[in-house]
Design a protein around this ligand. Structure first.
Ligand code: ZN
Ligand code: ZN
Length: 350
């Protein structure tokens, strides 16, 4: 088979690779039909994730067909079409019993990180019974692949942790794919207004098409003032941080209203200053989370009913063997107006 293999910072390679085999009884081998690239993959390629070592196949999002299952797998059979969760979980340990699958004692975010991932013709999925989801007949693969990571991430880390309620004023700081996923799923709770903040006018326009009520371009460094104006000086009920840099975290601290929730989604690589001298008496809640994908079955139903159409975030499509071009497009997203870049296996190859 072929796979995208990491050979150190800045050195990805699409190359011939040994096909994965069943290693433990709970494993499944999945033939990938659709995959995609995550911002986290770009961090890995920059060398920001030292756990990822030379020779690792990248990717933690995908949809495919079961090729083979281990002897203890009971929920899936050869030929089933499945969604691969970015989080692998045993379903049995203490963390899994709390639905904190991201911290499973024998799983968590391991795909394309500690074990070989989904940007390949085939992938081995440990604990398949708990880590795969059956796709309903007729499910659109571009909608489905958004359920591997970005939709549950935006929803769980942003909307659920932010406790978005009907009538709330919500701000989403950063409207890349994750921020847009938070926007789509925040709307399930009928907030009164959703203010989207970003540096990129194209992304803000997409946010508006998806239901944002107010747009703030933060290029002039005055996002906090603008949001405070828009809220009559009150600040917002929920501030969702969807970038992962000090500047965007600071915006969230500057706009949060009394009793509000700051829900961090961004992957932070450096410290931030917590302005506790301003926040100590404001009754605010600050949350962090790695996506658990515990909400995936519920989100799948919302997609199946047409209530959520996350496939609208797909802007570019590539054949799997053109993945290096896909990385280039996704890595220069603003230049290409790119949101999600989808990779499709060529059926004719099998
Ligand atoms: Zn991801
Ligand atoms: Zn577990």
């Amino acid at each position: 088979m072929h796979a995208l293999v990491f050979h150190g910072a800045g050195k990805p390679s699409w190359e011939s690779h040994k096909k994965p085999v069943i290693d433990k009884p709970g494993d499944a081998i999945v033939r990938i039909t659709t995959s995609t690239i995550c911002g986290t993959d770009l961090h890995i390629l920059k060398g920001d994730v030292p756990a990822v070592t030379d020779g690792r196949i990248l990717g933690h999002e995908g949809v495919g067909i079961i090729e083979e299952v281990g002897p203890s797998v009971t929920n899936f059979h050869r030929g089933d079409r499945v969604l691969i969760s970015c989080i692998t979980s045993c379903g049995k340990c203490d963390r899994c019993r709390m639905q904190m699958y991201s911290h499973c004692r024998d799983g968590g975010w391991i795909l394309g990180n500690l074990i070989d991932g989904t940007q390949a013709d085939f992938v081995r999925i440990p604990h398949a019974d708990n880590s795969l989801y059956p796709l309903p007949a007729g499910a659109d693969e571009e909608d489905a692949v958004m359920l591997s990571d970005i939709l549950p991430t935006g929803f769980e880390c942003g909307v659920l942790n932010g406790c978005v309620k009907p009538g709330d004023t919500v701000a989403i700081v950063g409207v890349g794919p994750i921020g847009l996923a938070a926007l789509m799923t925040a709307e399930l709770y009928s907030p009164a207004s959703i203010i989207c903040v970003d540096l990129d006018d194209n992304r803000l326009t997409v946010a508006q098409q998806l239901g944002a009520t107010h747009l703030v371009n933060s290029l002039d460094g005055k996002a906090v003032e603008r949001v405070m104006e828009l809220t009559g000086g009150e600040g917002v009920n929920v501030a969702i941080e969807a970038v992962g840099i000090p500047a965007t975290f600071d915006i969230c601290q500057g706009i949060i209203g009394a009793g509000g929730h700051i829900a961090n989604i961004g992957v932070h690589g450096q410290p931030v200053v917590l302005h506790i001298q301003k926040l100590w008496d404001r009754n605010i809640t600050l949350t962090t989370r790695l996506v658990d994908t515990a909400a995936t079955p519920m989100l799948m139903k919302a997609v199946a009913s047409g209530r959520l159409t996350p496939g609208t975030l797909v802007t570019h499509r590539f054949a799997m063997d053109k993945i290096l071009e896909a990385y280039d497009t996704f890595g220069h997203a603003a230049q290409h107006n790119a949101l999600k870049v989808v990779l499709k296996a060529e059926a004719s190859r099998y």
